[in-house]
Design a protein around this ligand. Sequence first.
Ligand SMILES: [Zn+2]
Length: 286
Amino acid sequence: MDRIVKTILFNLTIFLFISCGNTPIEDLVIEESNNFTISDTVINHIQIPRDTLSVVFKLENDKVFFKIYESKIKNTIYFNIHDNENTSVEAARSVFNEIGGTLIEIQAQGKRLISFNSNKNIYKFDPNRIFSKNGIKKTLSACGRYSQNSHIIIQEFASFIVDSLLINAETIVTLHNNSNLRYSINSYKKDGKYEKDALKININPNHDPDDFFYVTDGNCFQLLKEKKYNAVLQDNKNVSDDGSLSINCSKMKIQYINVEAEHGHLREQIDMLLVLQEVLNKTNER
Ligand SMILES: [Zn+2]
């Protein structure tokens, strides 16, 4: 047995089953893993290709699962953080053999927001607004209830994501879906809701405005522009800190790309992932 896995089994009393071959995903569970250092096990545990693991984070008595699929290439992490954005996961899974990397899928309550019970109160939050103190405060308040204790619980959850799940990532590709004609590339145009967060944008009128890339790296933006895709380059200096992962990544100097597509745009999102793979290969060459 792998030394690291052994250590975890002994020290952290978690139960770990690693799939190799065709073991059903449902059979693979790691329980009680709040202290689990995934960086040492999952990300580096690539001796068996296409491992599938599931880890659990406990928000008091409520559980959030992360399903993890791996292949040989380990430095790119594809990350789904909103549990209702399933087209994006389907897109990534269907081309996973081609794009490689590690795919992490959240499994909470099937909704964008996650809720949990604490001290007989229900708290809700947006898991992509928790990567700064301000963000946690804002999302809890906006979702109806804030307390110091709930803030601490969510802060631990955010640390688990950043310091364990994503720790070894050189590139983080987030997988999102949106609803028609709401959040789109147009949100970053002049007079758009998020105009100030964008340094540059590229719009291809032949593409649906809901299907676009949101990136933090200028080279990546340029290459996506050359491929004629809708793309936004985040203004890393002036972007307003709402607790999004993109802002945390730019602070940590980790390349971040959000592949954003409308719910149901499976074909489009698959194309985007394949184009992105070409772009990432090129940026890595530079
Ligand atoms: Zn999302």
